[in-house]
Design a protein around this ligand. Structure first.
Ligand code: GLC
Length: 504
């Protein structure tokens, strides 16, 4: 792959705790991931993004980092992480890891030092009284009191104290952390909560000073060559969003407008056009994201009457038609893989896993659930361990019961059950990714006018992608069918179906 491999890459997101368990303790780990690298190679992805793998008390699934230079013992060791990076590289798979610069863990050395010594508190936000009425993004207050009476700020859980980016030591620390991992071979970082680092009297979202941080990080990344910085930037304002992708800042950022978009032709067209017009002038490639470890699984979302994603109540428990959801998720997968830029696949979406909505409350681990007093079910439902094989839980995930229980019905959705089934979601993903590798990815697209309910465009390779979001059959443009997300009807494209064609 070229120097700019990241411009068109297909990136598979590994939520390590739930991917594969190599040692039988019920939690996914590096041993499990290493054993499944052939599966990922066969799937046809270019890179992996791993959620945080650092030592952590797991108050927020690892986003409470106690030590940025180590590996959580439940996941493995640093030596094993290095072996994993080397093995992935041998298979021509790049490795992207998460870095969490907005906050730390109450178990980090710096926070423990701050607790023990009030003179060592400047790396965090401590005050005698809460200086504002901010609420935690997970619910509840954003300030927590320590035993000596002072308070500290945490935009997320109380176990995740926010760093003070006005302190130069924090800058130095993170530059060192980037280097630590670049030197161990990682190909890039996904930057958690990337727009939230600075705080002022007026707020914390997207303050201008944050751009200096990413300019500096870009210089560090560039020293190592072919490395990528990817921002988790949720911002409604496209102009502000684009500032993160200027040529001397981050390489790419997640497209959350696309992820949140309802299954509606006008809305999707609007978001695609907006994405292109935001990215093209600055030369940054768009990204296409349908899902991740924070949002409702697409097959469930697309089977509902309201198909948009929203963080608040997550439409938990609203009826979802599994057949409809599956059909649309297949169509959406082909659409997202055909658009110009890079594409993300969240683990388990290639198996068509639904959101698990009936987890018993006492098993829910996401702090969002507890901090909202149960009003928000949280994100555990999209984090249930993957089903690999066999007829009963834990479906080859590991030797023992998995940390969140899998539904019995997943016996039909195991990777093993889908591998040789030509109509399976796994076969669709594998076939599409193979075609995408040669003919899609980075570049441009041209819309074809096929009506209001149809999204149709061609790519430089001559491949045309057509998605029917209307209620009736639509005639297909002339051409040879390369791949379709569902059965075609005598040359016509049925509702909620995507087809890839080449001119015949
Ligand atoms: C990001 C992560 C999410 C985490 C939060 C706090 O949004 O994707 O999982 O809870 O940041 O670190």
């Amino acid at each position: 792959m070229s120097q700019t491999w990241w411009r068109g890459a297909a990136i598979y997101q590994v939520y390590l705790r739930s991917f594969a368990d190599g040692n039988g303790d019920g939690v996914g780990d590096l041993a499990g991931l290493r054993a499944r690298l052939p599966y990922l190679k066969d799937l046809g992805i270019d890179a992996l993004w791993l959620n945080p793998w650092y030592p952590s008390p797991m108050a927020d699934g690892g986003y409470d980092v106690a030590d940025y230079r180590g590996i959580e013992p439940v996941f493995g060791t640093l030596a094993e992480a290095e072996r994993f990076i080397a093995e992935a590289h041998e298979l021509d798979i790049r490795v992207i890891i998460d870095v969490v610069p907005n906050h730390s863990s109450t178990e980090s050395a710096w926070f423990k030092e701050a607790l023990a010594n009030p003179a060592a508190r400047d790396r965090f936000w401590f005050a005698d009284q809460p200086v504002n009425d901010w609420r935690s993004i997970f619910g509840g207050p954003a300030w927590t009191q320590v035993p000596d009476g002072q308070w500290y700020l945490h935009l997320f859980a109380a176990e995740q104290p926010d760093f003070n980016w006005a302190n130069p030591e924090v800058h130095q620390e993170f530059e060192d952390v980037l280097r630590f991992w670049f030197e161990r071979g990682v190909d890039g970082f996904r930057i958690d909560s990337a727009a939230l680092l600075y705080k002022s009297d007026t707020g914390y979202e997207d303050l201008d000073a944050v751009h200096d941080v990413y300019r500096r990080w870009r210089e560090v990344a560039d020293e190592y060559g072919e490395r990528v910085l990817i921002g988790e930037v949720w911002l409604p304002d496209q102009e502000r969003f684009a500032r993160y992708l200027r040529p001397d800042e981050l390489h790419t950022a997640f497209n959350f407008d696309f992820l949140s978009c309802p299954w509606n032709p006008a809305e999707l067209r609007r978001v695609i056009d907006l994405t292109l017009s935001t990215h093209t002038p600055i030369g940054a490639p768009p990204t296409w994201v349908l899902s991740n470890h924070d949002v409702t699984r697409p097959v469930t979302r697309y089977g509902r009457a309201d198909t948009a994603f929203e963080h608040g109540g997550r439409l938990h428990g609203t009826p979802s038609d599994p057949e409809l959801g599956r059909r649309r998720a297949r169509a959406a997968a082909l659409l997202s893989m055909a658009l110009p830029g890079s594409v993300y696949v969240y683990q388990g979406d290639e198996l068509g896993l639904p959101e698990v909505e009936d987890l018993p409350d006492e098993l829910r681990q996401d702090p969002m659930f507890a901090r909202s007093g149960g009003a928000n079910p949280g994100r555990d439902g999209c984090r249930v361990p993957l089903p690999w094989s066999g007829d009963e839980p834990p479906f080859g995930f590991g030797a023992g019961p998995s940390w969140l229980p899998q539904p019995e019905s997943w016996r039909k959705l195991t990777a093993e059950a889908q591998r040789t089934d030509l109509g399976s979601m796994l076969t669709l993903y594998r076939t599409a990714l193979a075609i995408r590798r040669d003919r899609l990815g980075d570049g441009t697209m041209t819309w074809l006018p096929l009506g209001e309910k149809v999204l149709a465009f061609t790519r430089e390779s001559g491949l045309t992608c057509v998605t029917n979001l209307g209620p009736g059959l639509v005639p297909m443009p002339a051409g040879e069918v390369v791949l379709a997300s569902g059965p075609l009807d005598d040359g016509a494209l049925p509702p909620d179906t995507t087809v890839w064609l080449t001119a015949s």
